[in-house]
Design a binder for this molecule. Sequence first.
Ligand SMILES: [Zn+2]
Length: 196
Amino acid sequence: MAPPMSASSFLDALKDEGLTVVEVGDWRHHNRNHKGSWGPVNGVMIHHTVTQGSAATVRICRDGHADLPGPLCHGVITKDGHVHLVGYGRANHAGLGDDDVLRAVIAEKSLPHDNEANTDGNSRFYGFECENLGDGEDPWPAAQLEAIEKAAAALCRHHGWSERSVIGHLEWQPGKIDPKGFTMASMRERIRARLK
Ligand SMILES: [Zn+2]
């Protein structure tokens, strides 16, 4: 359990990990803090967007849509491996998930199967949306996977978390399939190696 990083610390952590960061509009103050709490934070959540084209993907993640207002994450990781900051604070990305999973993340234990949607994840997780159609066929370029690894590791490094604090949306909320196209186990292994 930890207070969220400041927006400036968040930006610095990503840059210090070697990432190319793009600041989109007034991202530091674009959030859903008027709808609920932001923090304490316990981990990092990875998503795919089901969109195509970097500009459209970033715009959708910043603005959201009528039934799900943006921001839909903090950072959008496009196929070129750039991280576009679209919001900071509470964001509409995690939704309701399983309290047993949250307890496992906090304890940094292996995850139980998610079978309940009873806990607000938007206050607890940093969120990265990754540009991909999510059909299992759209490729994940090496630069994009490396950026996911670096972004997650940067936040773990700041908070003193292990790779077990990084989960996929599919591990949080029943019915979700994202990210599809690589396994979270393989991504956690990469993050573990980077944090050593
Ligand atoms: Zn998702």
